[in-house]
Design a protein around this ligand. Sequence first.
Ligand code: IMP
Length: 178
Amino acid sequence: MTLGADVLIPASDIQEKVREIGARINEDYWGKNPLLVGILRGAVVVLADLMRNVDLACEIDFMEVGSYGLGSTSSGIVRILKDLQEDISGRHVLIVEDIIDTGLTMSYLHDLLLTRKPASLESFVLLSKPSRRQVDIDVKYVGFEVPDVFVVGYGIDYAGAYRNLPDILALELESASE
Ligand code: IMP
């Protein structure tokens, strides 16, 4: 398989952005004990970096939801594959997600977690593709806005691969299947 890919966001820019957002979280949640909810599996890498820039007593938990499978377009169907272990009622919850694309996943998660009565509920996404949005959803912390390209690296996969790359790359899917 030929991988056609260009670096879209180098690792150094990602680290700088994560530090900057970590500093905002420190200010916004000062005196609080937020629960960072990483959405498996794509958010693992960014959550690990983000939490090390959060200088507060925070905790982490994880959820896994079904999204792309092996393809590259959203089915719009969200399935819970792994639920939280923590009771989030009365907690300050921050969802940590790799990408917001159509917004269907984030919108579903937001509505679901709100029913569990958190003290507050906000979200962080590393990447946003605004041109693809199908639902209007307010994301408090956005790392980078990207065009409608398929990206991999820094936790983000194509068919399970490339999560270990330190940079974010734009993948040319046509050449990837040659
Ligand atoms: P949404 O529900 O359409 O917003 O999709 C969000 C999820 O789709 C993300 O958490 C990713 O898992 C996946 N996704 C969206 N765009 C890409 C991409 O460019 N590369 C890899 N996964 C993507």
